[in-house]
Design a protein around this ligand. Structure first.
Ligand SMILES: Cc1cc2nc3c(=O)[nH]c(=O)nc-3n(C[C@H](O)[C@H](O)[C@H](O)COP(=O)(O)O)c2cc1C
Length: 372
């Protein structure tokens, strides 16, 4: 069976659209529910006015098989490498979102709507803003709150990923939200930190019901060697943006593994580079209970109707193949397979060739020395 209960909320299936363009409007979310997504995390809502940069907010890196060139330029035969964005949170107000959340839940009572919210953390007024946002979304019928401690584009030192890089702020803001929340509170952390386990612990101390990881990784577009301009820029300027999609899958898996090992009994919602069940399976096997998707859905009719079909069909086939009944039968089954390097077996005695086995990327052991 596909259904899961995660932080006390019942999901028809464990797959959600993450907070991003696929969930920026009521019509997108209604279409997503019709397409089969178990839930959505609404595009992050704040109380501050939001004005995005001029021009494109997201572009996609693609790579060519012959030379592994990564570029935003469209080329025939190139495969997706990642998304790059510098989009801010929703430019719609809380008042705009409240009746829409209510209507979504009325139309789809069995689907899950999580409200992503964001405010600052530098004053009591900002902490009250988190509470206002929580109360507004919860009264509208949201099933849960996701605190955005991870937006990588904020200049303000007390906002976005700057909260997620500071364990004190993670705890204080989570506590403020928990003070008024009657529904589960998830916190979405940034990967741009030295040890995400530290911030996860701080969120749990503040009362978080689940940790969500990952948001996008800080990154830059490449500079076109012909024009000498960044491939995405405004008047020649660029700022650090966020990398998502296939490129971040192994990075996000590593963070998920560390958190699931540190807190094996806690709830985790995984994000990063998922486009079909094979990637989602890795996150479940490490211990995550739900999986969220952004980039793959953006590139599939903006809300991922084919992506969710593949995820559901892949889950069914996986359960059948391995004789499992539900996600709980295999969740975390590979959590303890990530160990210290020193615990990995070395070849015994004669079998050891000093690391010169013929493998991809290394010269053959008997390669001649080239003289210049
Ligand atoms: C254009 C764009 C806008 C995004 N906006 C938000 C946002 O408002 N709030 C948030 O928590 N994450 C936001 N994200 C991050 C995604 O929800 C997700 O964490 C990230 O893209 C990694 O998932 P993926 O590899 O499936 O793309 C955004 C991502 C993109 C590409």
């Amino acid at each position: 069976m596909r259904n899961v209960t995660f932080t006390g909320v019942k999901f028809e299936n464990p797959f959600l659209l993450s907070s991003a363009p696929p969930t920026e409007s009521e019509s997108n979310i209604m279409r997503a529910f019709d397409a089969g997504w178990g839930g959505v995390v609404v595009k992050t809502i704040g109380l501050h006015p939001v004005v995005n940069v001029h021009g494109a907010r997201t572009k996609f890196f693609r790579t060519t098989p012959d030379d592994n060139n990564v570029s935003m330029k469209k080329r025939a035969g190139a495969a997706l490498h990642g998304s790059w964005n510098w989009e801010l949170i929703s430019d719609k107000s809380l008042d705009w979102w409240v009746p829409r959340i209510r209507r979504m839940k009325e139309a789809h009572p069995t689907k899950v709507v999580i409200a992503s919210i964001m405010a600052g953390s530098g004053s009591d007024k900002e902490l009250r803003a988190w509470q206002t946002l929580t109360q507004g979304c919860q009264d509208a019928g949201a099933d849960g709150i996701e605190c955005n401690f991870s937006c990588p584009h904020m200049d303000r030192k007390d906002m976005g990923s700057n909260i997620g890089k500071d364990e004190g702020l993670c705890s204080v803001v989570t506590e403020a939200v928990k003070e008024v929340a009657k529904i589960p509170v998830w916190t979405k952390l940034t990967p741009a930190t030295q040890d995400i386990v530290v911030e996860a612990a701080a969120c749990f101390r503040g009362g978080a019901d689940a940790i969500v990881s990952s948001n996008t990784f800080p990154s830059l577009p490449i500079i076109d060697p012909e024009t000498l301009e960044f491939e995405i820029n405004v008047d020649g300027f660029v700022s650090s943006g966020g990398l998502g999609g296939p490129a971040i899958l192994p990075l996000s898996l590593a963070n998920m593994a560390r958190m699931c090992q540190a807190f094996p009994d806690r709830a985790f919602s995984a994000i990063g580079g998922v486009s079909d069940f094979s990637q989602a399976a890795s996150y479940f096997l490490l211990g995550a209970g739900t999986v969220q998707v952004c980039t793959a859905a953006m590139l599939d009719q903006a809300i991922g109707p084919n992506v969710i079909k593949r995820l559901n069909a892949g889950l069914d086939a996986f359960l059948e193949k391995h004789g499992f009944n539900s996600i709980e039968d295999f969740r975390g089954a590979r959590r303890d397979r990530v160990v210290l390097q020193s615990q990995i077996r070395r070849p015994a005695g004669d079998a050891y060739q000093g690391g010169y086995e013929p493998v991809e990327g290394y010269a053959a052991p008997d390669s001649p020395v080239l003289s210049s």
